[in-house]
Design a protein around this ligand. Structure first.
Ligand code: AHR
Length: 643
């Protein structure tokens, strides 16, 4: 639409609005304190969130355990004039944790015609210009062969070598090799793979083949920088991990095995993730904690509570005892000083300082359990945790549960609703909350556009992996409700956080942040959350609406006096809204306005990452009573300075 026509349409539509619409902020009193931990993140291994996502490892199936029968994601490199074959080998393993290795037999090769093996990465290996990659592998060779091996990042044409290095001194015993690979001034691409080749006949065995680009804070075994930047920009105060369903596993034996995720990566066997693929566990308990540290966010640790997604449960009592011990030990790993067994283990793993921990969640969505054993399991686990760590706040996963007479400090309530459902229930959300009960953690929530395509429905798989502006409107009205009720709702987090957008990579939609090997983007919902979490006071101000479908909330920063108003216009037309700030004599005439707006179907993607982003302007002539025209389908943050 041309700008002038758009403006005329805007005015015409605005003038059609119901008379008497108003939005009033009562700045004479506070309706409670805004929880300082209100905005956080929720994370688990789903949609290739870590492997093929945040965890920066580029080699898929690096330990050859993803499939017991075949070295999936690996293929023979044998151009004309060379020959090689590969197979999984279970004899003479690197250690008892990694029982398989890859046997590479090169039967014909020369310097001009090398042969070997290639890894396709997670939907390609990202090649960035002038970048240093750390390649490492464990190798052993048949008697009489010592190398060299060439490791390289190679284009899909098989000829373009983006970076390469040599490994020599391979012997008959397992040995670790490391080589730095530097790219030149290349055009970024993910049309590349990783190769290990020989330029003469020989047989070698490979294990734990790894390739890392530079990581956030240069941490070894660290996180992808571009995704981390988006996460840090959300200003999260906590990180809920490791699930979600991922903490439970499909079966008891597939629960998050935190002990097996510690130490050197060549000692981590990985485990079956409940979302249909194997987790490398490169993203282990310490990596989660350091991730928190890097975001200056506090961990909200979910411990396994004896119920798994497929329906299995552990009977409370003697059977549950070892699991209770696991939970108590896990907390010791996080918080114990170095004189404790698990605190000492954490120090050995490289982090002597304990982590700050306030919240522990006992299980995940135990209300789905048919056998209804949560009350007894919660009682046993919470008794043990409270006896040892009385300072911790414990979160129950089951609203309304009796918990065999035990107390939950907080209850986790999940809400995946369609935008229209959120619009309906958010306006009066507070009246449905029990203010006599435990504090509330909305530990998973997200709006989807269409009630007939729920996140778990097959229909949602046909839609793009990340949401549109229509979903962001649902998110906006719900977050306004959460903020208005933040006296009792102490924490909340959108879920899922991350999705690899390649076909076949995801199990759920919508997701907040999308990426492929090369790029990352925030959805409109991401920007909605960013606008809310980065503009937040510490006092809840009561608000009233009349004759408008606009929803919103207001908070005040008690230090600066700034009043932050958040408004969501769900309509396809603009709404001119008279805004009154009661109890404030004067405002500075300039206010900051941050707007996220678009058509309901507008969205972002890897090819159009900034189609829908917030725009900041300065509004002039602001007074305690002023009218603001909210654009169609918009979320608006108004920052008012009081005088
Ligand atoms: O966020 C996706 C899944 O939804 C979580 O793993 C689970 O807790 C919920 O059912």
């Amino acid at each position: 639409m041309r700008p002038l026509l758009a403006f005329v349409t805007f005015l015409a539509a605005a003038s059609c609005l119901a008379a008497g619409a108003s939005f009033t902020v009562d700045a004479t009193r506070s309706a409670g304190q805004v929880s300082p931990k209100l905005y956080g993140l929720m994370t688990e291994e789903i949609n290739h969130s870590y492997d093929g996502g945040l965890y920066a490892e580029l080699i898929q199936n690096r330990a050859f355990l993803d499939d017991a029968k075949s070295p999936v994601h690996w293929s023979v490199v044998a151009p004309e004039g060379s020959a090689a074959n590969i197979a999984l080998d279970y004899s003479n393993p690197l250690n008892d944790k990694l029982p398989a290795s890859l046997r590479l037999a090169v039967t014909q090769a020369t310097k001009d015609h090398p042969a070997g093996v290639a890894n396709s990465g997670y939907w390609g290996i990202p090649v960035h210009p002038k970048t240093l990659y750390r390649a490492s592998l464990w190798a052993r060779a048949e008697a009489g062969f010592s190398g060299p091996l060439t490791v390289a990042i190679v284009g899909e044409d098989g000829r373009t070598v983006y970076a390469s290095g040599k490994i020599s001194g391979v012997a008959s015993e397992w040995k670790k090799f490391e080589v730095m690979l530097k790219t030149g001034n290349v055009t970024p691409t993910a049309q590349a793979h990783f190769e290990v080749t020989l330029d003469q006949p020989g047989t070698v065995w490979l294990n734990l083949v790894s390739l890392f680009p530079p990581t956030w804070n240069d941490r070894p075994n660290g996180l992808r920088k571009d995704i981390m930047q988006l996460l840090v920009d959300l200003n999260p105060k906590f990180l809920r991990f490791p699930g979600g369903n991922y903490v439970e596993g499909n079966k008891i034996e597939d629960r998050f095995p935190w002990q097996k995720t510690l130490g050197p990566i060549e000692e981590r066997p990985g485990h079956a993730c409940c979302w249909g693929y194997r987790s490398s566990d490169g993203m282990g308990l310490l990596e989660f904690l350091e991730w928190c540290e890097d975001m200056q966010a506090e961990p909200v640790l979910a411990v396994y509570a004896g119920y798994s997604l497929g329906g299995e449960h552990v009977q409370a009592g003697a059977q549950l005892k070892p699991f209770v011990q696991e939970a108590v030990d896990e907390i010791e790993y996080v918080t114990g000083d170095t004189n404790t067994t698990w605190g000492a283990r954490r120090a050995k793993d490289g982090h002597p300082a304990p982590f700050k921990l306030t919240y522990v969640e006992i299980g995940n969505e135990d209300y789905f359990e048919q056998a209804k054993t949560y009350d007894a399991r919660y009682a046993q686990i919470s008794d043990a945790i409270r006896a040892r760590y009385p300072q911790l706040k414990l979160i129950s996963t089951t609203p309304g549960a009796k918990l065999d007479g035990r107390k939950a400090d907080m209850v986790d309530m999940h809400d995946y609703s369609a935008t229209d459902e959120f619009i309906k229930k958010s306006r009066d959300y507070g009246s449905g909350l029990n203010r006599q009960g435990p504090e509330i953690f909305t530990g998973e929530w997200a709006a989807h556009e269409d009630a007939s395509a729920r996140p778990w429905d097959a229909a949602s798989q046909k839609l793009p992996p990340t949401p549109t502006m229509k979903a962001a409107i649902g998110d906006g009205v719900f977050m306004a409700a959460l903020e208005r009720n933040s006296d009792i709702i102490k924490m909340h987090c959108y879920a899922p956080l991350l999705v690899n957008v390649n076909p076949g990579a995801r199990q759920w939609r919508p997701n907040l942040i999308g990426y492929d090997a090369l790029s990352v983007y925030g959805s409109p919902s991401y920007y909605a959350i960013q606008m809310f979490s980065r503009n937040l006071g510490d006092e809840i101000l009561p608000v009233t609406f009349a004759n408008t479908s606009v929803q919103g909330c207001a908070t005040r920063d008690s230090q600066t006096g700034e009043i932050i108003v958040k408004l969501v216009n769900p309509e396809l037309h603009p709404q001119s809204l008279p805004i009154e700030i009661k109890g404030v004599a004067a405002l500075e005439s300039k206010a900051t306005i941050i707007t996220l707006a678009g058509n309901p179907e507008d969205t972002n993607s890897t090819s159009h990452p900034r189609n829908v982003v917030p725009v900041t302007i300065t509004l002039h002539d602001v007074k305690p009573g002023f009218t603001y025209a909210l654009p169609p389908t918009s979320i608006v943050v108004i920052k008012l300075k009081t005088r």
